[in-house]
Design a protein around this ligand. Structure first.
Ligand code: ADP
Ligand code: ZN
Length: 741
């Protein structure tokens, strides 16, 4: 007996499922994951089938009009994950469905490209007489035939371009029994940059063997759990992932490895392809829609069983799934910035537990959340403490910019020690990376003489300068004060301290002035728009055609060039100035990453970190690549102040072009929420977000904190479902927000 009712979710943002009757001629043909065409109000639309039932509570049901051809786009476990995401992240259900399917797959008309192909029938050898006869009667067919004799197989389109033969002409050849004409799916292979040579796994080091054993234990457990691989840069984490994936394949299962988009370099993909060959599918943002569609189908059909990709590759339809790897698990890029605002690492852990598959998280600088989970016993911890290639960790020096400013008489962008170090590299024909964390927030007030920064006494968050009101504000508790005229440090009291931004371009100019003969290039999001220029700059750098590369985060990750012997950090403090409780953690992670770029070859590397706060734990611990000390200090601070991981922190953001409408709406919502939220929830605001106005939109937000998200998210979701914001104002919820910006 087949089900007569289908639950359907539509692309229209309604956060609801609707019941439709399955008409007699479609009985048995409608399944979960199918796309159906349905009447909706006075329109027609497409919808995804999310469930089947015998009956409905609603007496009058409309009928499904048609089922689109093609495989089911999701199964029950994937659907369960989408439901969980919608609930956990307070997002409309249809947005969760959209998140698990690439647009290229769910879009109308998405399908394989098919084309007519002609192929010589095996064993057919017409006599010369027959060929001559053909040439006389149908010269185009004869021309096509001689092309096919050489190529043995060719698309109809190409034959037509070469010889003018039509499809009917090819049919003529087919009738003679010389060729076959078929309609075939063409696969749009993502352009693989080079031929991939197969590699064999190296014998693992003792530490790697231990790490692999920890992963294996989880993979074989009755209820597989999570392993955190904490390994310094270059300690061979990736090799451990590869070995674990091999185990999954041997057990007849597939695997997904998530890598931050920025680390998804050709070299990285090559490593996976070299080890596993054709069974690797790669999903990243540079694929065309067609390529993405075809890669996804290759996974769905089971042809590809190892998936490497950025954030959304997490939802790849690998069945059965034996292993989920999240490399660089601390990366903020894993958080999606539109609804559902999910964190790929956290959803990976959830998918793993739902599907009984082990999850491996890896990082040189684990997030405090993940590391704490190893301490409470939720995750298993394994460590790689040494670099595989016996390269020494680089020598890191901290340059105190306060002393430099005093010596030079005023503040400079480049200190004397850094200038000397660069000169030395130019003399020795070695390469230099200059790194500036531009996420730094120009509206923080930092004294350029002593480096003093206004900090909220309640929250230990940097105060943000709001220029239009000339006041400073704490974005966690809302504390406000007049903007200082002089530095508040009693020993400094320098005037004129409202800082202006430092940018990579200014750094580039300064370096050019100092070293006019050097080959200098800059790499940041401004210089690397189009598809490949990012890769081109790196390629030139790799070949040694650039002496000094100036850049942002982009150059901090994954670069592995042996001739880089100097890394200069222009202002380590910039990311500390971000008005966010995670700023120290981010700074530590970034500095550790950047430092790891130096000395990947024979020559030991040197790192110079310029800073106004040389004794800040983030700077000191990064200098020694000492995660544990940093963790111990930072976790105590988080505990004391009630920040994650001890609470779950989320934001509710109100946006609109009319300031009053935005604040009115925010006040109204906050008031109603305050009346409903339980006492365990701490809500602050509404107040202007640190980024108070962006692209003409005012931004006001509330910050919620509680021991668990279930203390407020379900309530929030329910409330917002029934709340209609005034025209021109949008409300977005960011559960487990990574930043307060
Ligand atoms: P991580 O992912 O921790 O940065 P990788 O796995 O990329 O480290 O390893 C760093 C380098 O060492 C790579 O070039 C890798 O090929 C090499 N390597 C890793 N493990 C071994 C091993 N057991 N034997 C030899 N070389 C190894
Ligand atoms: Zn505060």
């Amino acid at each position: 007996m087949s089900a007569r009712v289908a639950n359907v979710v539509t692309g229209l943002a309604l956060d609801r499922e609707f019941d439709y009757r399955i008409p007699a001629h479609l009985l048995g043909r409608v399944g979960v994951g199918n796309i159906v065409r349905i009447p909706f109000g006075r329109r027609r639309t497409r919808g995804f089938v999310t469930g089947l039932a015998e009956t409905s509570l609603f007496p009058e049901l409309k009928e499904i009009e048609a089922v689109e051809e093609g495989p089911a786009l999701f199964d029950e476990p994937m659907l369960r994950l989408a439901r969980w995401m919608a609930g956990y992240y307070a997002a409309p259900f249809e947005s969760a469905i959209a998140a698990i399917l690439p647009a290229a797959v769910r879009r109308e008309g998405a399908r394989h490209k098919a084309q007519w192909t002609a192929r010589v029938k095996p064993g057919v050898t017409p006599t010369p007489d027959e060929e001559v006869a053909l040439a006389r009667r149908a010269p185009k067919q004869a021309a096509a035939w001689s092309t096919l004799k050489v190529m043995s197989e060719c698309t109809a389109a190409m034959l037509e371009a070469r010889t003018g033969v039509s499809l009917a002409g090819l049919r003529g050849l087919e009738k003679r029994g010389w060729i076959e004409v078929t309609r075939e799916v063409v696969r749009r292979e993502p352009p693989s940059q080079m031929r991939i040579l197969p590699t064999t796994p190296p014998p693992l080091t003792e530490e790697q063997v231990e790490a692999l054993a920890a992963v294996k234990k989880e993979m074989e457990a009755a209820a597989p759990g999570v392993v955190l691989v904490h390994g310094v840069t270059g300690s061979g984490k990736t090799e451990v992932y590869l070995a674990a994936i091999e185990l999954a394949l041997k057990a007849g299962r597939g695997a997904i490895a998530l890598v931050p988009e920025i680390s998804l370099t050709p070299q990285a993909m090559e490593r996976f392809r070299g080890r596993f060959g054709e069974t690797v599918a790669v999903l990243h943002s540079h694929l065309s829609d067609g390529e993405r569609h075809d890669e996804w189908m290759r996974i769905a059909s089971g042809e590809a069983r190892v998936v490497v990709g950025a954030r959304s590759a997490l939802f790849a339809p690998v069945r059965p799934l034996g292993l989920l790897v999240v490399d660089e698990e601390h990366e903020p890029a894993y958080k999606q910035d539109e609804a559902p605002r999910y964190h790929a690492r956290d959803v990976a852990v959830m998918r793993g537990s739902m599907e009984g598959c082990a999850v491996v998280l890896g990082s040189a600088t684990p997030s405090l959340e993940s590391f704490r989970n190893t301490q409470t016993g939720k995750y298993r911890l394994t460590r790689l403490t040494r670099r595989v290639d016996h390269c020494l960790m680089p020598d890191v020096r901290v340059v105190d910019m306060r002393i430099e400013a005093e010596k030079a008489g005023r503040a400079h962008l480049l200190s004397q020690p850094l200038i000397e170090a660069i000169r030395l590299r130019l003399d020795r024909a070695e390469q230099t990376l200059l790194f500036l964390n531009r996420r730094g927030f120009a509206t923080t007030i930092m004294c350029p003489v002593c480096g003093h920064v206004e900090t909220c006494p309640n929250c230990s968050i940097k105060m943000t300068y709001h220029r239009h009101r000339d006041r400073v504000l704490c974005h966690v508790c809302g504390r406000e004060a007049a903007a200082p005229e002089r530095c508040a440090n009693a020993e400094c009291k320098a005037g004129n301290i409202k800082m202006t931004g430092v940018g990579t371009q200014r750094v580039e100019n300064a370096v050019r002035q100092l070293f006019p003969k050097a080959r200098i290039e800059r790499m940041d999001s401004d210089t690397t728009g189009p598809k490949n220029s990012h890769g081109e700059i790196l390629e030139r750098f790799r070949r040694g055609n650039i002496d000094i590369l100036v850049g942002t985060q982009m150059i901090a990750k994954g670069l592995d060039y042996p001739n880089v012997t100097l890394v200069g950090v222009i202002l380590a403090d910039l990311s500390l100035l971000v008005p966010d409780f995670r700023s120290a953690e981010r700074t530590f992670q970034l500095l550790t990453q950047v430092a790891g770029r130096a000395g990947r070859g024979e020559i030991p590397g040197e790192v110079l970190m310029q800073t106004y706060t040389p004794f800040h734990p983030a700077v000191q611990c990064a200098r020694r690549a000492d995660f544990m000390t940093f963790y111990d200090q930072e976790i105590d601070m988080r505990r004391e102040l009630g920040y994650p991981p001890f609470t779950r922190l989320s934001t509710v953001l109100f946006r609109g072009q009319v300031e009053k409408a935005v604040t009115d709406c925010a006040n109204q919502v906050a008031e109603q929420l305050a009346a409903r939220l339980p006492a365990t929830v701490n809500m602050t605001g509404p107040m202007p977000a640190p980024l108070a106005k962006a692209k003409g939109y005012y931004r006001v937000q509330c910050v919620l904190r509680a021991p668990a998200t279930r203390d407020y998210v379900p309530l929030l979701r329910e409330f917002l479902r029934g709340y209609r914001p005034p025209r021109g104002v949008t409300i977005s919820v960011n559960v487990d927000a990574l930043s307060l910006m």
